[in-house]
Design a protein around this ligand. Sequence first.
Ligand SMILES: [Zn+2]
Length: 415
Amino acid sequence: MRLISLLNQYQRFPGFVYAKARLCASSQTIEITVRPRCGSRPVCSGCHKPAPTYDHLNLRRFEFVPLWGCMVVFLYCMRRVDCRGCGVRVEAVPWGVGKHQLTKAYMLFLAHWARKLSWQETAESFRSTWDKVCQSVEYVVQWGLEHRQLGPIGAIGVDEIQYAKGHKYLTLVYQIEQQCTRLLWIGRERTVESLEQFFILIGEGLAGQIEFVCSDMWQPYLKVIRERCSQAIHILDRFHIVAKMNTALDQVRAAEARRLARDGYEPVLRKTRWCVLKRKANLTEHQRFRLRDLLRYNLQTVRAYLLKEDFQQFWDYESPSWAGKFLDEWCCQVMRSRIEPMKKIARTLRSHRALILNYFRAKKQLSSGVVEGLNNKAKLTMRKSYGFRTFHVTEIALYHALGKLPQPDVAHRFF
Ligand SMILES: [Zn+2]
């Protein structure tokens, strides 16, 4: 009976007592019988007011946090109440939530570990199942979404992320202030309608207070932001521009490598992909030599690479007007280069000139790289989880990892 006194110290529920504990050796389960305290009245699950008992239901099992490698279950006969307001209802018990088989404490426990380990690992570590881990995360996320405070929001970043196989996208909206970076919202697809949903959620009041919006050049996003956040300074994110440029450079390199191979030249471009895509400072010794070697050739790839490297300077400017001047000159130069993927980039940059230059207007207030960091974290979350096939599960996993949601309170935390 030591266990019961232990439980009484750490996990007491007003109105209930632990009657007996039993170790079932074959299944390695500790069964703890719970009874209502003498004279206590059940609480209606509809209105959370005490009400007279109507009848008793069958014994129900609630899984509690495992101890010493044993599964722990609470056994309890649920009462039904005859509530004046709600009619006949099942009572509410402080350790459980609705129809869940797991206790609140156990769900919080699993959800806590599911943030550190993959869901499968969490299930294996605590001899539970993937579905139960999923249920737990779902409960914690739902509670958090209902209890979180949305505003005030000063700066948001809009980003898209590919999920599942094929061209399926999610739209993610982050709050990107220095004091608070978190995932605010997830939507299906990356259309005008998806982003509209976010602004419906936060309402016009909060949307009107947003000062900075950071996004990529995806047209539907630009359109919605223009309409819903006209007062905000809209910035095209540096990370997305660099990513676009790298894609263009990679196209040039791949096409040229194929051409060289076809025409029977030396394969000078083989294994140079990362030499030209990586930032110079991040190259390995070997890659640095490869790059130096490569730069001797008069290749389209080399010229495209030099143009890309040249563009790096752009981010160092302080004044928008000088940066603008640089941008115009760079674009002119690229347009004369006869390298089609790079010309395409130059045309895009030209058509978004004003939004790109906003980067210099907001530079002091917004730390760059926040969106990139969050984007990487989101990708990592998706990669850690082989089981996230559906939108709903992906959604709760991302909120769980990045939402910084508040958590329900329990008497004692087991982690
Ligand atoms: Zn009621």
